[in-house]
Design a protein around this ligand. Structure first.
Ligand code: FES
Length: 86
């Protein structure tokens, strides 16, 4: 199981966190990975800055755009889950 946590604190919310969660959710559904990947929201991760903060398991990511977040998610989560490398 991969756990993806997206910060929904106010700074990340303004930068598009809600949209990021929606896109991640769509990708999980489209790839039938809902039972392999857990998607969660979290309070402020205390690293507000240039973009939306999120994590894949314990690894931190900051994405300046929604597209940027989706690109990383596709590679590190969707592809890894489909390949069974995670
Ligand atoms: S609001 Fe997301 S890190 Fe602070």
């Amino acid at each position: 199981m991969i756990t993806v946590t997206v910060c929904v604190g106010s700074s990340c919310h303004i930068k598009g966190a809600r949209n990021v969660i929606m896109q991640f959710n769509e990708l999980l559904k489209a790839n039938n990975l809902g039972d392999r990947v857990e998607l969660k929201g979290s309070f402020c991760m205390e690293r507000c800055g240039e973009g939306v903060n999120w994590q894949i398991d314990d690894q931190n990511y900051t994405s300046s755009t929604v597209d940027d977040a989706v690109a990383v998610f596709e590679e590190k989560v969707i592809q890894a889950a489909l390949d069974g490398t995670h």
